[in-house]
Design a protein. Structure first.
Length: 322
């Protein structure tokens, strides 16, 4: 779910490109083939995540799916009420030109959802995620889209510096965005903070480390919440990593060029907002967050209810949490 509460207050708010929306709908979908379906996480990881690619050739999505947007999947079958399953959205992790460079092959990371029902402890299986993870190359899947007009790179991508923060499969849009930014050889400063429970759960970790070593303008930082980080011997969340390495992101944020993108588990933004309040000078903080001057809550007591009512990101902050 995307949070669209952003407000504007600056002449330098980023201009976003016009994108096409809903060219395919649940009533008018397309059926496309699966190209690859490969494990994209260490075999020692605590979850199963697959790099899933489809071929949208000959459909309205061909050449019209922008990085940061999502395509929809319509799982087969009926729900418990006997109705067709609703569409599930998956953010593309490909650049706008696709995995193939021609805007025909697009990818997304899919995490299997296997859990227990709280009442009787019987197993619960995610409808769409397990369906997709079970598909093989050549199988067909029903799709919709594109969806999303806000979580995009700005039109003038080289006129900005970027702080990307993700958890889990929230890394998806940043894989594609980094490809667009780095392959076009722009002169922006970029930092990505990627979080997961364990190092073995970090998605596209090898690729991102290679990108970081090849492009000095890109810094890749990780945060693992259930095992110690090598550089600190401590467990940490993405907000903790932001605080620890704030000297590295300070030049990005205290600049007319700075933008913040946050994608991942709902609630992660609260810790990030707290660190921004702690570390940014007031004149720069106001460029990212508007905090209700009538609110009296101590920052350590901030929770979802307080943030929802009293803290509003500006258009320099792009938020997509679920």
């Amino acid at each position: 779910m995307t949070d669209d509460r952003s407000t504007s207050g600056f002449d330098s708010d980023p201009e976003l490109p016009a994108v096409k929306m809903n060219l395919l709908t649940p009533k008018r979908p397309a059926v496309v083939p699966v190209v690859t379906n490969e494990l994209c996480i260490s075999t020692k990881g605590s979850a199963f995540v697959r790099h899933f690619t489809i071929d949208v050739s000959g459909t309205p999505l061909e050449g019209n799916l922008r990085v940061g947007q999502a395509f929809g999947i319509l799982p087969p079958g009926l729900d418990e009420d006997g109705k067709a399953h609703k569409v599930r959205l998956y953010s593309t992790c490909s650049p706008s030109w696709g995995e193939d460079g021609a805007g025909k092959i697009f990818a997304t990371p899919v995490k299997r959802l296997i859990d227990e029902h709280w009442d009787d402890h019987s197993l619960f299986f995610g409808v769409a995620s397990n369906y997709l993870c079970d598909l093989r190359p050549g199988d067909e899947v029903t799709i919709t889209g594109p969806s999303g007009r806000r979580f995009l790179l700005p039109s003038a991508i080289g006129s900005h510096d970027y702080l990307f923060i993700s958890t889990g499969t929230g890394i998806a849009p940043f894989r594609g965005m980094l490809a667009e930014l780095l392959e076009q050889d722009i002169k922006s400063n970029i930092t990505l903070i990627s979080g997961s429970p364990y190092a073995t759960d970090l998605l596209y970790d090898g690729l991102l480390r290679d990108m970081s070593s090849e492009h000095q303008e890109f810094r890749y930082l990780t945060a693992t919440s259930r095992e110690a980080q090598p550089d600190t011997s401590e467990r940490m969340y993405v907000a903790d990593r932001l605080a620890l390495n704030f000297d590295e992101v300070f030049p990005i944020l205290c600049s007319e060029r700075g933008l913040i993108y946050i994608c991942g588990i709902k609630g992660m933004e609260i810790g990030i907002y707290k660190e921004l309040v702690k570390w940014l000078p007031p004149e720069w903080l106001d460029r990212y967050l508007h905090i209700d001057p009538q609110s009296s809550s101590d920052i350590d007591d901030w929770d979802h209810t307080f943030v929802r009512s009293h803290v509003r990101p500006t258009k320099r902050v792009f938020l997509e949490v679920y």
